[in-house]
Design a binder for this molecule. Structure first.
Ligand code: OOG
Ligand code: NI
Length: 267
């Protein structure tokens, strides 16, 4: 497994850029406003709660580079469970890992997902590159569409596999933006489409975290029967506030996360 956290994130970043052309432009747009590099607040990973590839299997790769488990989140309607992980160095991105509660869906969906997971080589799951290894299975476009009817998350994960679903700019570390409103305006002025579910800004100073995100790019996927452009990955922006004890809040907010997941919905 990886022993260098920076190498891991460089690989995750390159793999994310390869299917998210807008991310490079967003990075340049905000990066050009300052001398220092843009700091990432967090990334997010998705999987299925089948033991072979469950959340803990992904987490093992992060624990190996110095991450520890910090919080748990439940998403009733979307039938997801998540945990977040932090590194001892606060400038390293936090990692939000979710898993689909497969048993809560139809027999049909359960069978499709089990078949996909069965196709993964055991060795691939512990290999250095697993978190940015994409798909390990064959999927046809009709099955993808069928999954979409029940769970957008299931369909996205089946189509894209293992990769960072988004990177997140830390607004706290931006030198020339003091509010999320100003960041959002800068993005809209440059013609980026924002996720407007529940309003462009998710959360508030009261819950110690404000977030916004772009809508995922559309990017070509090679299904077993055809090639088709579907939502790939998006970019998020996060502004954190101090807790009453003066320490910055480092957790997530389930009600906001619930809406951020929808950044991969079709436009
Ligand atoms: C994760 C959505 C949650 C956040 O910052 O609240 C999230 C996902 O879309 O996989 O990233
Ligand atoms: Ni996020």
């Amino acid at each position: 497994m990886h022993n260098n956290v920076d190498v891991l994130f460089d690989n995750l970043w390159q793999n994310y850029l390869s299917v998210t052309p807008s991310a490079k432009k967003v990075h340049e747009l905000l990066g050009s406003t300052q001398n220092d590099d843009v700091i990432n607040d967090h990334i997010a990973l998705r999987t299925f709660n089948i033991e072979k590839v469950g959340l803990e299997k992904l987490a093992a790769h992060l624990k190996a580079v110095g991450y520890t488990e910090c919080g748990e989140y439940h998403f009733e309607a979307k039938k997801l469970f998540a945990k977040h992980f932090e590194h001892s160095d606060p400038t390293k991105p936090k990692v939000f890992i979710s898993e689909l509660l497969v048993e809560k869906f139809s027999e049909e969906l359960q069978k499709v997902i089990t078949d996909l997971v069965d196709q993964i080589d055991e060795e691939a799951i512990t290999a250095d590159n697993f978190l940015y290894s994409g798909t390990h299975w064959s999927l046809d476009s009709q099955t993808y569409k069928k999954l979409l009817e029940e769970s957008e998350y299931a369909a996205w994960t089946a189509a894209w596999g293992y990769r960072a679903n988004h990177f997140t700019v830390s607004i706290n570390y931006l030198e020339n933006f003091d509010s999320i409103e100003v960041v959002n305006q800068k993005l809209k002025d440059a013609d980026f489409a924002l996720n407007a579910t529940g309003g462009e800004i998710k959360g508030s100073p009261e819950v110690l975290l404000e977030q916004s995100s772009t809508l995922a790019d559309n990017f070509n996927v090679k299904f077993s029967d055809c090639e088709m452009a579907i939502p790939s990955c998006f970019y998020e922006f996060a502004l954190r506030y101090n807790k009453p004890d003066g320490e910055i809040y480092t957790g997530f907010v389930a009600a906001s996360a619930d809406k951020i997941f929808e950044s991969t919905n079709a436009r």
